[in-house]
Design a protein around this ligand. Structure first.
Ligand code: NCD
Ligand code: ZN
Length: 347
């Protein structure tokens, strides 16, 4: 049978959690083997709140990348009130710190240092807007009175629109969007782009909750309806430069996922690209995968496009794929909602 290939410019991951220590060593290979660069999230146990901590973390990551791997880690700073205007000016000229990440306090894993009132940061947004520093946002309100499924839409209405009104030229990435409301909003705003994860493109809340609970699909922001998922698929497969891949791959060991109070986060780096290819193929949009995984993010972040291509091959029979990885604290399940996977990277 004739071999089917897909050649794409090397993909990037614009939102990933690599953790630290042993976990970093275990999960990092899946990122540097599959992506040309990644934007590394700063929500460690001790959050990366300044340039010096980001540089130390960057060195920890680089130490673990083998020579010859063509991979660039890009770093983020965690927005807190310890961040100064001067530090932001330095970020604007920094070689590899590419964004400042805003977590609402309590929205997700390690967000206790997150912020309570956005207005407290307007003096910093002003400098970011002036210097072209990107604000990367976990877009959910954390008010317990607001239903968990509504928190992204309420954030857009009550918080994000206010920030944009005040700072119309601030470059913003709304991370891991989950809803049709968010897609509509991004399409209407000129300075705001969005990352989309593979899990929000592939599964919905019914799959997570209707035939028994599936803790491996539990993440923040929580999965939404099938209507929302289809709006995300439409956005990702449209080729629109405002949407790009951020896997939000967020490893937690099984004991922390399957627990009386389980952690939010899905580990998706290992199969991210083969699964996405399969999804785009199902939607007859294979020609739109390169903008989504390789081009749009680099363009928004103002980086030169990669030049080299990677080849994926479609096998006639489904492939034996990785199910989990082991760590000394337990196994970490790899996200894979498909029974059969046909695509793999050609070595
Ligand atoms: C992330 C994590 O575990 O660090 N979890 C998640 O469900 N996405 C944090 C985040 O991005 O919200
Ligand atoms: Zn994340």
């Amino acid at each position: 049978m004739e071999k089917i290939f897909l050649d794409i410019l090397r993909p990037d991951d614009w939102h990933v959690h690599l953790r630290e220590g042993e976990m970093l060593s275990s999960v990092l290979p899946f990122t540097y083997e599959n992506f040309g660069s990644a934007l590394i999230m700063p929500n460690l146990d001790t959050p990366i709140t300044n340039i010096s901590l980001a540089e130390t973390y960057y060195n920890e990551i680089c130490k673990r990348i083998p020579r010859g791997a063509e991979f660039t880690p890009n770093m983020t700073l965690y927005l807190t009130n310890h961040l100064s205007k001067d530090e932001i000016k330095k970020v604007s000229n920094h070689e590899y710190i590419k964004a400042i990440k805003m977590y609402p306090k309590g929205a997700t894993t390690n967000s206790d240092a997150g912020i309570s009132d956005f207005k407290d940061f307007y003096h910093l947004f002003e400098v970011m807007e002036e210097k072209g520093v990107i604000l990367s946002i976990h877009g959910e309100v954390t008010d317990e009175k607001i239903d968990v499924f509504e928190r992204e839409s309420v954030f857009i209405e009550k918080v994000l629109k206010k920030i944009i009104k005040q700072f119309p030229n601030l470059k913003i990435v709304l991370e891991h969007i989950t809803s049709a409301d968010a897609v509509k909003f991004i399409n209407e705003e000129s300075m705001v782009a969005a990352t989309i994860t593979i899990h929000h493109l592939m599964v919905n809340r019914n799959i997570m909750l209707s035939k028994g609970i599936r803790p491996d699909f539990y993440c923040a922001p929580i999965l939404k309806t099938e209507y929302d998922r289809l709006a995300l698929v439409q956005a990702a497969t449209s080729g629109n430069c405002k949407f790009f891949l951020g896997t939000d791959s967020a490893p937690h060991v099984e004991g922390k996922k399957i627990a009386s109070c389980g952690c939010a986060g899905i580990f998706s780096s290992p199969l991210a690209i083969p699964l996405l290819i399969q999804l785009f193929e199902e939607h007859s949009s294979l020609e739109k995968i390169e903008p989504f995984v390789s081009r749009n993010g680099r363009a928004f972040y103002g980086l030169r496009q990669h030049k080299d291509r990677v080849r994926y091959v479609k096998r006639p029979k489904s492939i034996e794929v990785i199910k989990d990885i082991k760590s000394s604290h337990g196994k970490i399940t790899v996200f894979n909602p498909y029974n059969e996977v046909y695509w793999e990277k050609e070595d």
